[in-house]
Ligand binder design. Structure first.
Ligand SMILES: CC(=O)[C@@H](O)[C@H](O)COP(=O)(O)O
Ligand SMILES: NCC(=O)COP(=O)(O)O
Length: 237
């Protein structure tokens, strides 16, 4: 069973573009859960360009499924997560100026930092996951940090799969097999979509959770637009 956690960053991006409260991020989180999502993910960035730190705090009371907060464990992020105590924190090594996440951790180089940060989250009862590329040495390094789970960074797979290269799944399968041997839980995310999710799920043994945002929100627009146009036309009759 693989859980679907919906990343709602894009809803905050849309809201922030007008400065008001439409769409309402908390209502959206309530609704995705009502429609069956098994988790809600947010990735607050230091510039708060989409999800704001206050959104992350407010969401605590409405997320009754798995609450996953992703980000680089800089001091302000650590404080936020330790205050909220979500189900899971996913550590992502993103630079402040990155448009979106673009690499996994070097779990060997940053081992002692990750060990300390993970200990702190564990002391507070928060499950940890670390964002990694599908590279065997990095999976082994992840095991040595004490993390509960890894999140496989799937942009490379998604890009190649879209070009018809199904062989791009191979490093992900090998990484998952090793993670299973190490008893590391496996999550995955980034650019997963209706186009590629089934193939990914069918090939990755022990996939526990996927977090999906960008494509899922874009697909919701496309799949909902016909209905909304008809509703407007009816009102304009
Ligand atoms: C770690 C990951 O792949 C996602 O959290 C992704 O980075 C979403 O963040 P943005 O919405 O800022 O692109
Ligand atoms: N961890 C990945 C995530 O939350 C969503 O990534 P994306 O679907 O917006 O690329």
């Amino acid at each position: 069973m693989t859980k679907l956690s919906v990343n709602i960053n894009k809803i905050a991006t849309l809201r922030n573009s007008r400065g008001g409260d439409v769409p309402n991020v908390l209502q959206f989180a309530k609704d995705v859960q009502r429609f069956g999502a098994e988790g809600v993910t947010v990735h607050p960035r230091p510039d708060e360009r989409h999800i704001r730190y206050q959104d992350a705090r407010d969401l605590k009371s409405v997320v009754h499924t798995e609450y996953n907060i992703e980000g680089n464990p800089v001091p302000s992020f650590m404080d936020l997560v330790l205050q909220i105590k979500p189900t899971q924190v996913t550590l992502v090594p993103d630079a402040e100026d990155a448009i979106t996440s673009n690499a996994g951790w070097d779990t060997i180089k940053h081992k002692s930092f990750l060990v300390d940060v993970i200990k702190e989250f564990h002391k507070n009862g928060i499950r940890t996951s670390i964002f990694v590329d599908p590279v065997l040495s990095q999976i082994e390094g992840a095991k040595a940090t004490g993390t509960d789970r890894i999140e496989l960074y799937t942009e490379g797979f998604a890009l190649q799969y879209g070009l018809g290269n199904t062989g791009a799944i191979k490093p992900y399968v090998e990484s998952a097999v090793l993670a299973n041997q190490f008893d590391l839980g496996i999550n995955a995310g980034h650019d997963l979509s209706l186009e590629n999710i089934q193939f990914f799920k069918q090939n990755i043994p022990g996939l526990l959770e996927v977090s999906i945002g960008h494509a899922l929100i874009a697909e919701s627009l496309y799949l909902g637009i016909e209905n909304v146009i008809q509703m407007y036309l009816n009102k304009l009759k």
